[in-house]
Structures are given as structure tokens and as C-alpha cells.
Design a protein around this ligand. Structure first.
Ligand code: ATP
Length: 236
């Protein structure tokens, strides 16, 4: 059974349907990207999965559990976390303090420390900068910290909303390296991206959305190499 299985998801805002009949799945150790133009319904899909949008229909099953009646904070506790668009680290706190906050629900201080050590192993750059204020990190480093902070809750699946938004090409590359590391740690990743070329490089599978619907899905390599798909849906 996939780690995350979404079936016939429908989201509306005040009667206007933004997501129609979307079905998708993510396995452990897999990066799946959700692509599409502005307004295609990608963020709404993520928010519906994480329970932030209560006005949804369809089923979302995570780790064998149906999430329809589960509150968003409880969904996070079950191991499904979302890193929202725009990074949102606490700028006036240090790197270490940001990580500590991410691990606030750890069962003990010892476990929290172990998770911090794991974060620093995964992202040595954060270790070098652990006493630096998060607001003074580069954009790519802040993105790395936002991901590391999410991992402090020891999730099984991470949803990332446009992690490369507004970053320079070198930092975009660094951000996708971060995403690869999350997969290597055995987690599932659901990645929303406008940066289709890069996202398809890093992903195992992809879904392309248009006007609230999934119009195409398959192995990322296949989508990446199909010239018609690239020009019709991805603007590549
Ligand atoms: P982007 O890449 O621009 O973030 P997206 O693919 O993530 O786009 P959504 O943000 O999910 O798309 O938006 C899907 C549709 O739902 C859009 O038409 C949008 O205007 C609408 N929408 C999103 N949020 C709301 C809201 N809070 N109230 C009303 N309509 C909304």
C-alpha cells in the first residue's frame, strides 16, 4: 500500500471548484512532483491533503489511515508535514533554535538532541551555522533550514510547496540536493514546483495539473523526454 494515497479529491472555495477529481500516490523513498501553471490547483491539493482546507471531498489515506476527520495538527503528528511556500523560518532565532522548535513534540529531550544531530549530519552547512540568526542565512540555506525543521518532527512524508521559488540558479540546485537527501533518508516527498525541468530531474514520478485536474502522469523520465508534453504543458 502506498504511503499516501489520494483518491477523487475535490476542493472548492465558496462553491467554485478549484481541484476536480484528483488521484495520486506517493511511496516511501519516492519523490513525486506535482507540476502545472499558476492557478492549476497544486497548492490547494497540498493544503487539502494536510487538512488545512476542510472544504474537500474524496479520500486521503496516509500510512493506512483515512484522514477525512483528522485535524491538521494531528495529521502532522501522524508524520505528514508540509513545508509551506515562502520558507518561513523564524528570522530572529538561531538555526539551532529553529530546529529545536521543529522538534518540540519529540518524546524526550534526548530524542530531540538525536534528531538535531541527524539534521546536522544531513546538512553540515547548518551545523557550521547553528548559532547564526536564521534571517541572515542565504535564501537556499533558509530553505534547507525549513526542510530540516520539518524533519525534526520525524515525519514519514514531506510536502514541499515551491521550495525553489525566488532562488538563484545555484541555490535552486542546492535546494534540489536537499530534496534528494530527504528521499535518501527513506521518506516520501510530494513536491510542488513551477520549475518543471529541475523538478523532473529530481523526481521519480510526476503529475501534471491543468485547471484543477490531473491531465498527465507517469515516470518523470518519460514526461521529461516527451517533446509534445514539454511544449504543451510545461513550457519547456
Ligand atoms: P500557484 O502556482 O500560482 O501557487 P496553484 O497551482 O498552487 O497556483 P492554487 O493556489 O491551488 O493553484 O489555486 C487554484 C485555484 O483556486 C485558483 O483559481 C485560485 O484562484 C483559487 N483559490 C486558491 N485559494 C483560494 C481562496 N482562498 N479563495 C478562493 N479561491 C482560491
Amino acid at each position: 500500500m502506498p504511503l499516501l494515497e489520494v483518491s477523487a479529491l475535490r476542493v472548492s472555495y465558496g462553491g467554485v471548484v478549484a481541484v476536480h477529481d484528483v488521484s495520486l500516490s506517493v511511496e516511501r523513498g519516492e519523490i513525486v512532483c506535482l507540476l502545472g501553471a499558476n492557478g492549476a490547483g497544486k497548492s490547494s491539493t497540498l493544503m487539502a491533503i494536510s487538512g488545512v482546507l476542510p472544504d474537500r471531498e474524496g479520500t486521503v489515506t496516509f500510512d493506512g489511515r483515512e484522514l477525512a476527520r483528522v485535524a491538521s495538527h494531528e495529521i502532522a503528528r501522524l508524520g505528514l508535514v508540509q513545508v509551506p511556500e515562502g520558507r518561513r523560518v523564524f528570522p530572529e532565532m538561531t538555526v539551532a533554535e529553529n530546529l529545536q522548535i521543529g522538534g518540540i513534540r519529540a518524546p524526550s529531550a534526548q530524542v530531540r538532541t538525536q534528531r538535531m544531530e541527524r539534521s546536522y549530519e544531513m546538512f553540515p552547512r547548518l551545523l557550521e551555522r547553528r548559532d547564526q540568526l536564521a534571517g541572515s542565512l542565504s535564501g537556499g540555506e533558509q530553505q534547507m533550514l525549513a526542510v530540516a525543521r520539518a524533519l525534526m518532527s520525524d515525519p514519514a512524508l514531506v510536502m514541499l510547496d515551491e521550495p525553489s521559488l525566488g532562488l538563484s540558479p545555484a541555490l535552486v540546485e542546492a535546494t534540489f540536493d536537499t530534496v534528494r537527501q530527504v528521499r535518501e533518508a527513506g521518506l516520501g516527498v510530494l513536491l510542488v514546483e513551477q520549475n518543471a525541468g529541475e523538478a523532473l530531474e529530481v523526481s521519480d514520478r510526476a503529475y501534471v495539473m491543468e485547471n484543477g485536474r490531473v491531465v498527465l502522469s507517469g515516470p518523470a523520465s518519460q514526461i521529461r523526454n516527451d517533446p509534445q508534453v514539454k511544449s504543451a504543458y510545461l513550457g519547456l
